[in-house]
Design a protein around this ligand. Structure first.
Ligand code: FRU
Length: 543
């Protein structure tokens, strides 16, 4: 059955905001209901959703639906044009990736392909809300300066109408393939449908959606099944998905393929973790120094700390992968101990380093001061991961030194200084009992307090302008005689690398623009480099 009469009946492609095809229904969400002609018998209009439903509609040829998706995408891209111009804002980072407008969440599709680095992210351009996600796209030659690229995917199709959700990329010869989750919501009760989809690019810039490669859910799994990661294993491909079992336990779903097109469900893995959260999001898997590791974001685990009330965690576990493709996990630990780190992705650099970037933000928190200027959240800086003597180490990628400006050597003894910038790279070693305050102004500061009795580092943002979330994070460092810190600050964030990268704390920190002071209660030498701005990603768009 051709789509054409239905498209005409509802006022043409330009009037279609979404297309849905659940169980023999064809549903169009329309922009302007008065343009509906109503010539097709049996159609029904739902005012609340602004959706017209045509019944007994056998699924039409997917080529025709894909073409309709292209038509809808054209309109969505035109709407997003105004939102790719960044708004000026005192909280705007100088060298972190932040959205021009709207809301950023997970990094996606992080990969080295054909001589360039590609980094995508989840993006809702039109407001600071978690709504129909697009992918944004940046490329880089040096991992420091990123160039904005045309929007690669919008929620234009029947399989991703309510969000082109997270996923990874595969560099397949000349082709760049994006695997992602299509998120669809049906009817007023918003029934969730998820499929695993693929889009392909020949030039690394223009992507063509091919539609779902996995249409059905694994047995006994709820529609919370998403965020594909593809890895090569022996002669086959494995797809790892974050999944929720029907008994509300988070697990990893594993699929297998010979050709990246046809996928067969293998099994659910992770039972050895027991009751470990109600959902696992955004898996990743890679080897570091011959140790296989799996990254996953379990939701709904209680924290040991009374200060930590957020259900969304991030972490990494040791993994064993059998020849059959079964994954067994052990020794889960947090990847980051700050306030804001979630849904990370890793990538192998051209020279073989494993580099990670996460979302410096959290689900459920979408009201912070930058919202007043129309944007929220950013990605963390890129960190190199190593596995040394059984320990995971994360440190800033060495390329970060290219942003270094002036060097200051400060000797502080219960004293302070004005750095006159909030963008710096600071190294120091502190004694227990010291408190280092950063981003300090008249009434604001971020405190890093080393409590000598409990040998615990407290990161305290209660004297900042943060609007939601916890105020204190704690990290026990019982074995440390002193605490070595490397802190990279950028306008509205700090990333604190502790004891040569054994622990990291990432946090957004909002204080007024003039709050550029630094104060140390205690005594220490501080080696500080100011950090210059990276090239503007939107350079060719800016006047
Ligand atoms: C994690 C997440 C993913 C999902 C995406 C949607 O933050 O919930 O599981 O694919 O965000 O934006």
């Amino acid at each position: 059955m051709s789509l054409t009469p239905f498209i005409e009946d509802c006022g043409g492609v330009e009037n279609i905001a979404r297309v849905l095809v659940p169980d023999e229904r064809l549903i169009f969400e329309v922009r302007n209901p008065t343009l509906i002609q109503g010539n097709i018998e049996g159609s029904q209009f739902n005012d609340t959703l602004s959706q017209i439903t045509y019944r007994s509609f056998p699924t039409p040829a997917s080529e025709e639906l894909l073409n309709l998706g292209k038509g809808i995408a054209k309109y969505q891209l035109a709407m997003a044009e105004d939102f790719i111009l960044p708004v000026d804002c005192d909280y705007r980072p100088l060298w972190h990736v932040s959205p021009p407008k709207g809301l950023l969440n997970d990094p996606n599709g992080f990969i080295y392909h054909n001589g360039e680095y590609h980094l995508f992210y989840q993006w809702y351009p039109f407001s600071c809300a978690h709504k129909d996600k697009h992918w944004a796209h940046l490329t880089s030659k040096d991992l420091v300066n990123w160039q904005w690229q045309p929007i690669p995917m919008t929620p234009s199709d029947w399989f991703d109408s309510h969000g082109v959700f997270s996923g990874h990329a595969v560099s397949n010869g000349e082709e760049l393939m994006l695997f992602y989750t299509g998120n669809v919501r049906i009817d007023e009760q918003r029934d969730r449908h998820t499929t695993q989809c693929v889009a392909v690019s020949k030039d690394g810039i223009q992507f063509e959606k091919k539609g779902p490669v996995i249409f059905d859910l694994p047995p006994k799994v709820t529609p919370h099944c998403r965020d594909p990661k593809i890895v090569k294993h022996n002669d086959e491909w494995l797809m790892l998905l974050g999944a929720q079992r029907e008994d509300l336990k988070g697990r990893l779903a594993i699929y297998k393929s010979d050709d990246l097109v046809s996928w067969t469900f293998h099994k659910l893995c992770g039972d050895e973790m027991g009751d470990f959260g109600y959902m696992w999001e955004c898996p990743d898997m890679f080897e570091l120094n011959e140790q296989l590791l799996v990254v996953v974001g379990p939701q709904g685990i209680e924290s040991d700390s009374q200060h930590h009330t957020i259900p969304h965690h991030n972490g990494i576990a040791k993994a064993v992968l059998s020849d059959d493709g079964d994954i067994t996990l052990s020794e889960f630990r947090n990847l980051d101990h700050g306030f804001d780190f979630y849904a990370p992705q890793t990538m192998l650099t051209a020279d073989g380093r494993r580099v990670i970037s996460g979302w410096m933000g959290l689900p459920d928190e979408d009201d912070h001061p930058s919202v007043d200027s129309g944007w929220i959240h950013q990605l963390t800086m890129l960190r190199e991961m190593k596995f040394v003597d059984g320990k995971l180490i994360q440190m800033p990628i060495e390329e970060m030194t290219s942003l270094r400006g002036e060097q200051h050597k400060l000797s502080l003894n219960n004293s302070g200084a004005d750095l006159q910038t909030k963008s710096f790279d600071l190294t120091t070693t502190l004694e227990w009992g010291s408190t280092l305050s950063l981003f300090k102004g008249e009434a604001h500061q971020l405190d890093i307090r080393l409590d000598s009795e409990s040998r615990t580092l407290f990161l305290d943002r209660s004297k900042t302008e943060v609007r939601q979330g916890d105020k204190v994070r704690e990290l026990a460092l019982t074995d440390s005689e002193q605490v070595e810190l490397r802190i990279l600050a950028d306008t509205s964030s700090v990333e604190i690398f502790i004891n040569q990268g054994e622990f990291v704390m990432s946090s957004r920190v909002f204080t007024p623009k003039q709050a550029t002071g630094i104060v140390l209660e205690g005594q220490a030498q501080l080696d500080i480099w100011t950090l210059n701005a990276a090239d503007k990603p939107f350079a060719d768009k800016m006047a």
